[in-house]
Design a protein around this ligand. Structure first.
Ligand SMILES: Cc1ncc(C[n+]2csc(CCOP(=O)(O)OP(=O)(O)O)c2C)c(N)n1
Ligand SMILES: [Mg+2]
Length: 590
């Protein structure tokens, strides 16, 4: 058995079934071993960064380890952004990279880089292997730490080492013998600390909860605690699928992309319970409220908001232990108030989605999509203005899954995430929401990966919905609202490309919509197609993805920039009203 063959054997012992990657001569020994073994499915991406995004999504949607592979040099450096995505969203991902032969290490040889130094910041554990007997413990530690610490790790394999005969470490000085396997513990706080937390929560009259991805797996417990406390629940973006939006006390997303009721909930509460969230925008958290936080990672405790009680524990078990200590709140006023906000908010969103636009209002694209989605759909979103509509207008149901590049907020993740989702659950339909900038950055290329693999999937539906607004719109609005600058065509213009025709070119189905009346039937057609679809919608770049509570200072900057904007046209009429209403905390009338 050569060293590469042992490597594959050990990955299988750890349960690895699938690797997303791209070959190159620095890793050909491992590719050859994969080929001869046949027990691990190799999925070829168009670009190593995309392979890493696929591995992140695979981990997000299965709860298992995601694995990506690249050659040394440029292949390995291409992986890095995807690995930072895993780091930022706490996903277990193993990166396997090639390297120049050991004989030329340190010789500035072709494609020979100091990859261990390049990966040092992103990887929880990184090791270049110098000799075969080192390999067992390097694999075992890299996988064990990736899973246990929910982070990316990396193994670097020099080219010549891959072909050497494998020699197991001996029971001898200077050798170490390791084994595979890991069992995740349930961590619960001490009873006295749970009582302190219960005291704070019982004393509150207006309790708000904030949940994140760390609350996944604690759905029933979150609902039971929220019911007992009469609390409203806001969701960080990565926690969107934890609670369905049809529960009347759920205020939806929070933050810049969030809802107005989530802001109101945080502003008006007297007590805050945070569960499994590292939500970064602390300006959206209460000014002054008593706080309790539960997190499995002590590094996240009291990080964004100073909490009185910080509980290090697993979400479901900690909430389960807390539940009998909580007194049921009998006064329903607070809950009724929250439910009232939500009723108004859904009406506001509908009115916003149906506001006339030129040609199609992007909010309406997601508004029409949401009720049509199958119950088992998986939705991914890219970074860009569509993430606002994903956050607000997509009403997630129980059983559906969704995610995006959260902490890193990288462009270009939606299609590779959708591919990762398809390999995680080939029997479920998947929808990816993407902007035209991200399409051109790399999602178009990964649609070729979709074209390569779709016939394998029992459920063939993968709808890529492109918001073609010929603009890097999210940033255009940031430049206008936050900086007070007029639109800068040199940095913001995106060439018009007929993505629906590109779909046909690569064997997928293309649908083009430039009339809002056609949106509903277009979604129906896309969601019942016999193959993956690019649903291209010509959307209006002048619909502002406004933060829920824009400040007066920002509104003034915006007005100033609009006055300077040559092609502002209808924008002032259509959007200025939205801005002023937001500042004055009035509802949008149209
Ligand atoms: C890799 C990367 N580069 C730049 C950005 C900054 N950025 C965030 S959203 C965005 C615009 C995206 O444009 P598009 O895909 O067309 O979507 P739109 O906002 O127009 O709907 C940019 C440039 C980023 N998040 N990630
Ligand atoms: Mg765009």
């Amino acid at each position: 058995m050569n060293t590469a063959e042992f490597f594959i054997e050990r990955l299988k012992t750890w349960g690895v079934k699938r690797i997303f990657g791209y070959p190159g001569d620095g890793i050909n020994g491992v590719i050859g071993a994969l080929q001869h073994d046949g027990g691990i499915d190799f999925i070829q991406a168009r670009h190593e960064e995309m392979a890493a995004f696929m591995a992140v999504a695979y981990a997000k949607f299965t709860g298992e380890l995601g694995v990506c592979l690249a050659t040394g040099g440029p292949g390995a450096t291409h992986l890095i952004t995807g690995l930072y995505d895993a780091r930022a969203d706490h996903m277990p991902v193993l990166a396997i990279c090639g390297q120049g032969p050991t004989t030329v290490r340190g010789a500035s040889y072709q494609q020979e880089l100091n990859l261990d130094r390049a990966f040092m910041d992103v990887a929880e554990y990184v090791q270049e292997v110098a000799t075969p007997a080192q390999l067992p413990h390097v694999i075992d530690r890299a996988i064990r730490l990736a899973i246990a610490r929910r982070a990316p790790t990396a193994i670097i394999l020099p080219k010549d080492l891959q072909e050497e005969p494998f020699e197991a470490p001996k029971r001898a000085a200077g050798q170490t013998r390791s084994g595979p396997g890991y069992a995740r513990p349930v961590i619960v706080p001490e009873e006295a600390d749970l009582r302190r937390a219960a005291d704070v929560l019982n004393a509150g009259e207006r309790v708000a909860m904030l949940i994140g991805a760390g609350a996944a797996g604690a759905v029933d417990e979150v609902i039971a605690v929220a019911d007992k406390l009469g609390a409203g629940v806001a969701k960080a973006l990565l926690g969107k699928s934890v609670l369905p939006d049809n529960l009347p006390f759920v205020t939806g997303s929070i933050g810049l992309l969030g809802t107005k009721p989530s802001s109101e909930l945080m502003n008006a509460c007297d007590t805050l319970l945070i569960v499994g969230s590292g939500f970064p925008w602390s300006e959206f958290l209460p000014e002054k409220a008593r706080g309790v936080q539960i997190d499995i990672d002590p590094a996240m405790l009291s990080l964004r908001y100073p909490c009185e009680v910080n509980l290090h524990g697993s979400a479901a078990e900690t909430l389960r232990l807390l539940l009998p200590m909580l007194k049921k709140k009998t006064d329903g006023d607070w809950r009724r108030k929250i439910e009232g906000w939500m009723g108004d908010w859904w009406e506001t969103l509908e009115a916003r989605a149906k506001t006339k636009a030129h040609p199609v209002n992007p909010q309406r694209v997601v508004w029409e999509m949401s009720p049509r989605l199958p119950d088992n759909v998986i939705v991914t979103s890219d970074s860009g203005s569509c993430a606002n509509w994903y956050a607000r207008d997509y009403r997630v149901k129980r059983g559906q899954m969704c995610s995006l590049s959260g902490g890193l907020a990288s462009m270009g993740a939606a299609v590779p995430y959708a591919i990762g989702a398809k390999f995680a659950h080939p029997d479920r339909p998947v929808v990816a929401l993407v902007g035209d900038g991200t399409m051109q950055m790399n999602n178009m290329a990964e649609l070729i990966t979709v074209a390569k693999y779709w016939e394998r999937w029992p459920d063939k539906r993968l709808v890529t919905c492109v918001f073609n607004n010929e603009d890097l719109n999210q940033v255009t609005w940031e430049q206008r609202v936050m900086m007070g600058n007029a639109r800068y065509a040199a940095s913001q213009d995106i060439p018009d490309v007929r993505y629906s025709r590109f779909a046909e070119l690569i064997g997928l189905k293309g649908i083009f919509v430039d009339d809002p009346q056609d949106l509903g039937s277009a979604w129906d057609e896309a969601l019942s197609a016999d193959r993956p679809v690019i649903l291209e919608v010509k959307t209006d770049p002048e619909i502002a993805p406004l933060p829920p509570h824009i400040s007066l200072k920002e509104a003034k900057k915006f007005m100033f920039s609009m006055a300077k904007d040559e092609d502002a046209g209808h924008v002032i009429k259509d959007t200025a009203r939205q801005v002023l209403n937001a500042v004055l905390h009035k509802e949008d009338a149209d």
